[in-house]
Design a protein around this ligand. Structure first.
Ligand code: 8GT
Length: 138
């Protein structure tokens, strides 16, 4: 039996003017038309943070700086497992452009849960919103 694939993926919750960037996967990608955060697979010898900065630059021509990491999430899909390393970020330079995604959307954090996300992203969104309310209280 072949070993189940376990992907290590960094992803970015990019904040700007009180909104967060969501990206919609294209109809030809795996998990077609699901929403996700920009990012991709961690390469050998690369840290999760290095991967994040590289992927966002490659994917949407934007240089981000990291504000804080969120709690990593491991999720079992039907055919593979993914561990996502999420980071809250801000834009240092550039304006996001569509390359491989079907759509980009800036959404207030409270509206994030309404999109049809890749399953692994829901706990990340919950964690992020909890931290935001803690930030506002404290
Ligand atoms: N970038 C990103 N990937 C996510 C998120 N949530 C999630 O389950 N994933 C999964 O993590 C993997 C990311 O790898 P990737 O971006 O390099 O791969 P891909 O499927 O787009 O293309 P590829 O496998 O042909 O390179 C995909 O299987 C994707 O479905 C997310 O929020 N952002």
């Amino acid at each position: 039996m072949s070993e189940r694939r376990h992907l290590q993926v960094s992803c970015a919750l990019i904040e700007r003017d009180g909104a967060v960037l969501a990206c919609r996967r294209s109809a030809t990608m795996k998990m077609p038309l699901k929403w996700e955060f920009p990012g991709g697979k961690i390469e050998a010898g690369e840290s999760a943070a290095e991967c994040l900065v590289r992927e966002v630059l490659e994917e949407m021509a934007v240089r981000v700086s990291i504000i804080e990491p969120l709690t990593p999430v491991t999720h079992d899909y039907a055919t593979f497992t993914v561990t996502l390393y999420p980071f809250v970020c801000s834009i240092e330079e550039g304006e996001p452009v569509l390359h491989e995604h079907a759509e980009l959307l800036w959404l207030p954090p409270d509206e994030l849960p309404h999109l049809d996300w890749c399953e692994a992203d829901f706990p990340i969104i919950a964690d992020y919103r909890e931290r935001l309310s803690a930030r506002q209280k404290g």
